[in-house]
Write a protein that binds this ligand. Structure first.
Ligand SMILES: Cc1ncc(COP(=O)(O)O)c(C=O)c1O
Length: 444
């Protein structure tokens, strides 16, 4: 010990002391600044600002930033880590930093009518929401909005039902087949069949669909659960494509070009993380299809909550506005932050998986993101984890280690896979990577 101290001269102490003081002073100077681990977030008028140094260097918006070392409990393996669902609570921290910027008041006499805009085909769509949807797509460059009808829904889940209703002829001899390439979003088969509709029915993996009859193919890109960017699979000529773009946002994937398809679904849940607001929207080219979707919404819920629509509009407005306050010309600081959070989480997960030696993760090709202006690989909202070696049921294996994740069979794939949510709160995610890293082939 004495030797270590003798290595340091008084000059070393002076330099260190100066550095500590400069750091402390600069921390106090910025009002509302919060420093968490390696990350500094300044708040000016409710707006998140990346510190200049961190723009250049190692900005850490990752999970370690939420809890100090003292707060981090040592994982004893007993706590149940639930990463079964894709609840996007990871984003809470970013929005809490926004303070009052997203608050708004609705008075008792406001927004009472069923109708929002009788001149619009989608008469229950709030004009303010429509405006902010178009504005954000233009800013991010992830979807063409010109010559499209916007249909709003209670989450994109309700719009999914509306799409099936609108695309299935009422008088067909047999129900319309609905397919998606495996592994597919596990809710598709359930949402398609739970009402036992005579109009449509789930027909499974698009890769093995070879009937010479009309079908609806769901193209989810990036895909839930495996995170790959996708195109349609079925080669038949009688198909109608529905593009589910829940994850076509810059925190998950490079934005290559504005998507330009007949029917595209988006949701607030995974773009900004406001899943509880329950707002999704469809961009629909064909007027008759849009009209039938609106009819479905009328019969189903007579429109969509105006309070939710106005909240969604406010949130999207703040996301678009936030670009003007920082040195990111043409970009949105929300996507900068969320992108870096996801990058940090994927870095940690890959390190843990490597250390364990018993799991594997997909590798994604790099792509240039026109919005963020840099090259990166997909960093999906879910990790599609494979149990290597002799473990056949990865879900059961993880359950044995008190980790709850959804097994591959729910997604039409092998039970050697599990889907793990990457969107949980920092604390849960930190425990997850810690536990995975300590699991090894000796325990399997
Ligand atoms: C691919 C995909 N589509 C749609 C949804 C549903 O989103 P919403 O919350 O808008 O109903 C999800 C939710 O996880 C999803 O992963």
């Amino acid at each position: 010990m004495a030797n270590i101290w003798s290595v340091f001269s008084w000059r070393h102490f002076l330099v260190i002391s100066l550095a500590v003081n400069v750091a402390l002073i600069s921390k106090v100077v910025y009002e509302g600044e919060s420093s968490r681990g390696g990350q500094t977030i300044r708040q000016r008028g409710g707006t998140l600002i990346l510190d200049d140094v961190q723009k250049e260097a190692h900005f850490s918006a990752g999970s370690s930033s939420s809890s100090t070392d003292e707060e981090k409990a040592i994982d004893d393996g007993q706590r149940v880590i639930n990463v079964y669902q894709g609840d996007p609570t990871m984003y809470e921290r970013l929005w809490q930093q926004m303070g009052d910027k997203t608050s708004f008041v609705i008075q008792g006499g406001q927004s009472m009518s069923y109708f929002s805009d009788v001149s619009n085909l989608c008469w229950f769509l709030e004009p303010m929401l429509a405006k902010q949807i178009v504005r954000l797509h233009k800013l991010v460059g992830n979807a063409v909005t010109e010559n499209r009808h916007i249909v709003v829904g209670t989450g994109s889940s309700q719009l999914y039902q509306a799409v099936l209703y609108a695309l299935s002829p009422p008088d067909a001899a047999e129900p319309m087949s609905v397919v998606s390439a495996a592994p597919f979003y596990s809710s598709y088969p359930l949402m398609t069949d739970y009402l036992k509709s005579g109009l449509y029915k789930w027909a499974g993996d698009a890769c093995s669909f070879n009937k010479d009859s009309p079908y609806i193919e769901l193209v989810t890109s990036p895909n839930n659960p495996d995170g790959f960017s996708r195109n349609s699979t079925v080669k038949g000529s009688r198909g109608m494509l529905v593009h589910d773009f829940a994850y076509y946002w810059p925190q998950y994937t490079p934005i290559s070009s504005p998507a330009d398809h007949d029917l595209m679904l988006f949701t607030l849940s995974k773009s900004t993380g406001h899943a509880g607001t329950r707002i999704g929207w469809a961009l629909v080219k064909d007027q008759e299809v849009a009209r039938k979707m609106v009819k479905f919404m009328e019969l189903n819920t007579i429109g969509v909550s105006k309070e939710s629509q106005l909240r969604a509009a406010k949130i999207l407005e703040v996301v678009s506005d936030s670009r003007e306050d920082v040195d990111y010309p043409g970009k949105s600081v929300f996507f900068e932050f969320s992108h870096r959070m996801m990058a940090e989480r994927w870095r940690k997960l890959r390190a843990a998986v490597k250390q364990s030696g018993i799991f594997s993760l997909p590798d994604f090709p790099p792509g240039l993101c026109s919005f963020l202006g840099r090259v990166f690989t997909n960093q999906p909202a879910f990790a599609w984890v494979k149990c290597e070696g002799e473990t056949e049921d990865c879900e059961a294996f993880l359950r044995g280690h008190n980790i709850l994740a959804r097994g591959g069979k729910h997604f039409g794939d092998s039970p050697k896979y599990v889907r793990v949510s990457m969107l949980d709160r920092d604390e849960n995610f930190d425990h997850l990577v810690q536990r995975l890293s300590l699991m090894s082939s000796r325990q399997s």
